[in-house]
Write a protein that binds this ligand. Sequence first.
Ligand code: HEC
Ligand code: HEC
Ligand code: HEC
Ligand code: HEC
Ligand code: HEC
Ligand code: HEC
Length: 452
Amino acid sequence: MDVPPKMLGMPLVARISERSTGLLYATLAAVLFLFSGIAHAQPADAALYATGEKLFKGNCASCHKPDKDLTGPAMKGARARWDVKGDIYAWVKNSSAYLKTGNPYATELFAKWNKSVMTAQALSNEEIDAVLYYADNYAPPPPKPGAVDASASTGTNDEGSNWPWLVVIALLLLVVGISLSGVRTSLDNAVREAEGKEPLPDMTTGQKFRQWAWNNKAFATILGLFVVVFITLKLWDAAWVVGVYGGDEVPHYKPEQPILFNHTLHAGKVEAGNLAINCQYCHSSAEKSKHAGIPSTNVCMNCHQAVAEGRSPEGTKEIAKIYAAVGWDPATLKYTGRTEPVKWVKVHNLPDHAYFNHAQHVAVGKLECQECHGPIDEKMDVAEQWAPLTMGWCINCHNTKDVKMAGNGYYDEVMARLEETDMGHAELKKYLEDEKISVRELGGWECAKCHY
Ligand code: HEC
Ligand code: HEC
Ligand code: HEC
Ligand code: HEC
Ligand code: HEC
Ligand code: HEC
């Protein structure tokens, strides 16, 4: 940086502040801007609303929505509808018992909703008040800033939300760096000016670097070597994962599916606003057979015969694709007989020469699906291949995981036989030296167990 004419002859401190105040204000403005978006609007009684929301999501959300009909009517305004016509508390606590009192409003309501039974709810009057308060004051959550479509971000943890901060910090550091280097040039030039010399010539960064390297040859050589070694190691690492999907180092395979089926929404936790459907409701053969299986669209229809609306217009369109596939006419509520199977794209693909069995791992090994498939119920709107599925991945786990023997029917027989003979007993003792039996000790590293 060279000194603008109007600054020549200014005292040093004034010169520095002249250069830096603009930057200082810009920095302050950026920080203020970042903190400004934090305040939110709250309903009148935020605590009651929050209690009601929690109770609603935990007990009622599977059949009710605050503002729309689902299996049961929209709950907004229910208190007003019941005002003088009946006892809403008694209804919620046990609707079947209340129907027996012959209350006309309740009887009519029951008939209107095709006699679907509302399950008895073990709530106190105060809790019911909270739920009704929540429903009456319900406001749909504002779309998250930056989210393109609400359905895509429902219930997911924004792991990436730190990066804007990192960018801001990097920018601030850059600003400080630039102003400091400006200060340094000013100081150098001030000294030269005091000594009566010309100000330093302006050099590009490249020129500066070359000059520095020339003056510090030994250091520059070592630095160069480090760079070469670093790049070689990185290339070596990269070679290991060529053709591998999933794991920590490479992208997870995540093909586009014919219907945008959202795992997080269906299988995720209730507290995060999701439906918490058990994995095996849909992947029902995971416990019993080699394959976990993909559910047929008839399984979807168990619920979607009643649920035609998604959380957004896009979601509703996706549900319409299920109807097209099973041949269901939502207008007449009848099957048309014209079906068209959904062609899901398979995400996980082991090579033919490797054998993997779900029942062995889920029913016998008692592993959670998430150990191999990752947080599919927390942040995978679309199913993706989480683990690398390499041989190293399989045998690493077999090396460290212990077999759950106690109370495991599958192993009672094996244990009994080992204890029968002296040789078996000795073997068992050897296995149990470290007080556990790893999968490897039982043969989890034998080639033929995994290769045909
Ligand atoms: C298993 C499904 C189901 C659950 C769970 C459920 N409801 Fe219902 N609810 C219904 C149905 C269906 C109706 C309509 C009447 C009928 O057919 O029994 C209804 C009706 C109502 C009504 C009357 C609405 C009106 O328009 O007058 C209220 C109030 C109500 N439910 C409150 C609750 C509350 C509060 C909870 C949670 C604590 C809850 N319900 C949980 C199915 C359910
Ligand atoms: C409501 C039904 C449903 C539930 C509940 C469900 N899934 Fe799925 N799952 C599907 C459908 C449909 C597909 C195929 C479409 C896709 O890959 O996204 C699938 C695909 C998958 C795949 C990828 C399969 C492949 O092609 O390799 C995995 C892994 C998976 N599910 C695991 C789980 C786990 C773990 C859970 C529980 C946390 C779960 N699923 C809950 C319906 C369901
Ligand atoms: C020990 C690791 C492991 C566990 C635990 C596990 N899976 Fe898998 N899963 C795999 C592997 C490996 C594949 C690929 C299999 C193949 O291509 O033959 C797979 C494939 C799948 C598929 C694709 C269809 C199929 O059957 O090949 C689905 C769906 C699936 N898993 C769901 C589940 C569910 C649901 C659970 C929990 C009940 C579960 N998995 C538990 C490793 C595991
Ligand atoms: C146990 C009940 C149940 C099953 C089984 C089920 N769903 Fe759903 N699904 C729902 C409910 C309830 C909603 C609406 C959620 C809401 O609006 O809060 C929904 C929403 C959806 C949406 C819209 C999502 C959005 O972002 O708006 C799609 C698409 C969908 N389901 C597809 C499927 C497919 C495909 C299957 C079968 C593999 C399936 N569902 C099985 C209950 C179910
Ligand atoms: C997260 C840990 C884990 C991963 C990953 C894993 N396994 Fe396993 N595996 C186990 C456990 C635990 C058992 C023991 C189950 C039991 O008690 O029999 C087992 C048992 C087996 C067995 C039966 C071994 C025997 O001695 O009978 C085979 C075969 C097997 N796994 C294949 C595979 C393959 C192939 C892969 C990779 C695609 C794989 N496993 C990945 C944990 C894992
Ligand atoms: C726990 C299961 C397991 C055991 C035990 C196992 N393998 Fe593998 N092996 C696999 C899987 C899974 C793959 C496929 C990996 C892939 O596609 O990247 C594989 C791949 C291979 C390949 C092909 C490599 C490639 O790049 O496709 C060879 C060769 C092989 N295994 C040899 C062996 C030998 C020899 C043994 C015994 C010392 C053995 N395996 C034991 C699971 C196993």
